[in-house]
Design a protein around this ligand. Structure first.
Ligand code: PEP
Ligand code: MN
Length: 306
């Protein structure tokens, strides 16, 4: 156990193999000089004391859908609203997102709820426009090795949420983070969202070990996306608890007012009630690992009001 800033942490010991494997990514690797970095998003610290939950629909579909979801996830204790305006879909026939109209709705949701915004950027050509609306620029699994995009994000002044490629190793994820940092942007959050394996019962396989490995080898914050890992909503709460216990710094979770009617990823999206229940259940799991780690002050207020 190590203690820093009043937090008791269980640190995965540094394995000599990892040290040799990752220390070449000097800007993102853990070192004596930098063992932990905190990414500041408005008044939210990611990688600090709080467990930061980002939640919202897979895709921005309409004003009513987004605003209702934003209010519900904020009430339940989420700090950041997720929602794709530009969607990288596996099928060319699937809904591709509302584009700039979706970005405007995200901005409206931020004005009405105070939630910060995370949304995906798929192309380096869109970086400047999306940065006008987003607080965090999300790089999706399909783009993790798009170096033109990573370099453009290195020059943008917004934090980057870098998702692990579905067939990428931890080393490749670290390499992509180093590309962004070398291009000038040190504000990077890593995201484990499940990898492709021989298993077909779940959409992807959540590589839960990636969290303590990344926390051991990198100073960057690490969050978990249980929704894309599982592909089914019933597994999202239990995978979220696992993420809390292994030391993740937060979650990225899909929530929809009527998941059956979602234009994308409805099967893995939680209803408002399911999301609220999941949030209320998380605190004891956070307490197992971190003394004084809280979901958010709002959540405690909500819980206390029951
Ligand atoms: C998403 O967050 O909606 C998304 C498309 O995720 P991923 O890139 O992990 O598939
Ligand atoms: Mn999705």
């Amino acid at each position: 156990m190590i203690s820093s800033k009043g937090i008791t942490r269980i640190a995965a010991p540094m394995n000599p193999k990892w040290n040799g494997q990752f220390s070449c990514f000097d800007l993102v690797a853990k070192s004596d000089a930098c063992s932990r970095s905190v990414v500041q998003v408005r008044d939210i610290e990611i990688g600090g004391n709080d467990f930061v939950v980002m939640a919202g629909p897979c895709a921005v579909e309409s004003e009513v859908q987004l605003l209702k979801t934003a209010e519900a996830v904020a009430r339940a204790g989420a700090r950041i609203l997720r929602g794709g305006a530009y969607k990288p879909r596996s099928s060319p026939y699937a809904f591709q997102g509302l584009g700039v109209e979706g970005l405007k709705l995200l901005r409206k949701a931020r004005e009405e709820t105070g939630l910060a915004i995370v949304t995906e950027v798929m192309s380096e050509e869109d970086v400047d426009q999306i940065a006008e609306y987003a607080d965090i620029m999300q790089v999706g699994t399909r783009s993790m090795e798009n170096y033109a995009l990573l370099e453009a994000l290195g020059e943008c002044e917004r934090p980057v949420l870098l998702k692990r490629g579905m067939t990428a190793t931890i080393e490749e994820l670290m390499r992509s983070a180093q590309v962004i940092a070398m291009a000038g942007n040190p504000q990077i959050i890593l995201c484990e969202r499940g990898i492709r394996t021989f298993e077909t019962a779940t959409r992807n396989t959540l590589d839960i070990a990636a969290v303590p490995v990344l926390k051991a080898v990198s100073h960057l914050p690490v969050i978990v996306d249980p929704s894309h890992a599982a592909g089914v909503r019933s597994l999202v709460p239990v995978l979220s608890r696992a993420a809390a216990v292994v030391g993740a710094d937060g979650l990225l979770v899909e929530v929809h007012p009527v998941p059956e009617q979602a234009l994308s990823d409805g099967i893995q999206s939680l209803t408002f009630d399911e999301f609220r229940g999941m949030m209320l259940d998380l605190q004891p799991y956070l307490d197992l690992l971190h003394q004084c780690r809280q979901l958010s002050p709002q959540l405690l207020a909500v819980a206390g009001a029951d």
